[in-house]
Design a protein around this ligand. Structure first.
Ligand code: AMP
Length: 241
């Protein structure tokens, strides 16, 4: 992000101003993205955020930032994250409760990686009900388990933004470097075949029931398709307003 706006080309600046004006006419939306590790939630989120003027709240990114900063919360979460288990419901509920109050979330939010248990889903519903709000849509990213190993073990991420790449399917312009900032990419500690098994286990046993919990709001997406096709089905599910 340039610190001096005079450096931004006029056409880009005008496009962004127009987008922000258009945001005023967008309906509020509160959307949950559910799917196993490597299903593409993090890849699709920036597009949805941009088109619908929402904030993107990824509990995994928030927890990794806390682990990197060695905060008490990060120290508590670290062991579970490295083994592929879930961290406690209390920790992530607290994170989401605070994060959803940010001004960037005024038009609503995309929850990516939360809720991951039925307890989290019920707490979220209660929290929103107190604010006179609710979840509008739950997008279920369906990908067969056998495709996820290659997707996850080939993943590279930009720690600062959460942007992700894949060495084969979506490589950065320059190997090992983030396209936007030019900063180095890194491998997540839990993106290995062994830990993925535990993460998939947690997904099937603890997170799949969340899909049942929201049955009436769920739209299933074939997320093993190319990125643009998945984006088009999300567009169809969320509408243009
Ligand atoms: P993710 O980046 O979504 O794959 O999350 C990475 C790790 O963070 C998970 O394997 C869990 O250990 C932890 N985590 C993220 N979100 C949650 C959540 N909603 N509930 C419990 N643990 C979570």
């Amino acid at each position: 992000m340039p610190s001096d706006l005079t450096e931004v080309p006029t056409d880009e600046l005008m496009k962004e101003i127009q987008r922000r004006l258009d945001c005023n006419t967008k309906e509020e939306k509160r959307v949950i993205l559910i799917g196993p590790p490597g299903c593409g939630k993090g890849t699709q989120s920036p597009r949805i955020k941009y088109e619908h003027c929402l904030c993107h709240l990824a509990t995994g990114d928030m927890l990794r930032a806390a682990v990197a900063a060695k905060t008490p919360l990060g120290l508590e979460a670290k062991k579970a994250m490295e083994s592929g288990a879930l961290v406690s419901d209390e920790i992530v509920i607290g994170l989401i409760e605070e994060a959803t109050k940010q001004p960037e979330c005024s038009k609503g939010f995309i929850l990516d990686g939360f809720p991951r248990t039925v307890v989290q889903a019920k707490k979220l519903d209660e929290m929103l009900a107190k604010r006179g709000q609710g979840i509008d849509k739950v997008l279920n990213f369906v990908v067969p388990d056998q495709l996820l190993v290659e997707r996850v073990t080939g993943r590279w991420v930009h720690a600062g933004s959460g942007r992700s790449y894949h060495e084969k399917f979506a490589p950065p312009k320059v190997a090992g470097v983030d396209d936007v900032t030019g900063e180095p990419l890194m491998k997540r500690k839990d993106d290995n075949a062994e830990t993925l098994k535990a993460r998939l286990g947690a997904f099937h046993s603890q997170t799949a029931p969340v899909i049942e919990h929201y049955a009436a709001k769920v739209v299933a997406l074939k997320a093993d398709r190319p990125q643009d096709e998945v984006a088009a089905s999300i567009q169809a599910a969320l509408g243009s307003k």
